[in-house]
Write a protein that binds this ligand. Structure first.
Ligand SMILES: [Fe+2]
Ligand SMILES: [Fe+2]
Length: 183
């Protein structure tokens, strides 16, 4: 991914998240777990990047930033609860597909809310240099969420290297703060 503007980059990730939902839904039974692990990593990294980088900025810069970001954070927390629940119960749970569909709806509405009420206005009130600096921090975290499968390493990546969504979010937060020069 070569986007140098944080808004373009986050919108491209929205597209990747949509594609990863498609991949889980279309996967043959033995590939559902791996596809869901990739979706989980991408969502964990993407939402953490927004929470650490663009939401704080939007809160300060936009008119009614507090309200706009508050609504987005509520949506993100809802999505995060559903994701953690799905991850804990695993892909063989009898209600996995029903809950995945619910997660997809919540995530899609959330992305639409960000693009419509936050990103468009943020683009108008930031400089290209600011958006480039924010993009660099998002890209640093993006390396934690490979979009393409690595044959044979799926379960190792899921269980050993990164672990639970909470561990991925913690690791992403560390990487982002370092990239932003906060630590
Ligand atoms: Fe978000
Ligand atoms: Fe987003």
């Amino acid at each position: 991914m070569a986007e140098h503007d944080v808004i373009d980059l986050l919108m491209a990730q929205h597209g990747q998240i949509r594609d990863l939902f498609d991949e889980v839904e279309k996967a043959p039974p033995d590939k559902v777990d791996g596809a869901f692990a990739r979706l989980t990593r991408m969502l964990s990294v993407h939402e953490t990047a927004e929470e650490e980088i663009v939401h704080p900025y939007a809160r300060r810069k936009l008119d009614n930033g507090q309200g706009v970001v508050g609504d987005r954070l509520r949506e993100e927390n809802h999505a995060k609860r559903l994701l953690l629940d799905l991850d804990r119960n695993g892909v063989d749970h009898p209600r996995f597909w029903e809950r995945l569909a619910e997660l997809r709806t919540v995530v899609t509405m959330h992305a639409r809310g960000e693009e419509r009420y936050e990103f468009a206005r943020l683009r108008a009130c930031t400089s290209a240099a600011e958006r480039r600096a924010m993009a660099a921090a998002v890209r640093a975290a993006e390396t934690l969420a490979p979009v393409r499968p690595h044959p044979g390493t799926e379960s190792a990546v899921k269980n050993v290297l990164l672990g639970t969504p909470m561990a991925v979010m913690d690791r992403a937060r560390e990487v982002i703060r370092k990239a932003l020069g906060k630590r």
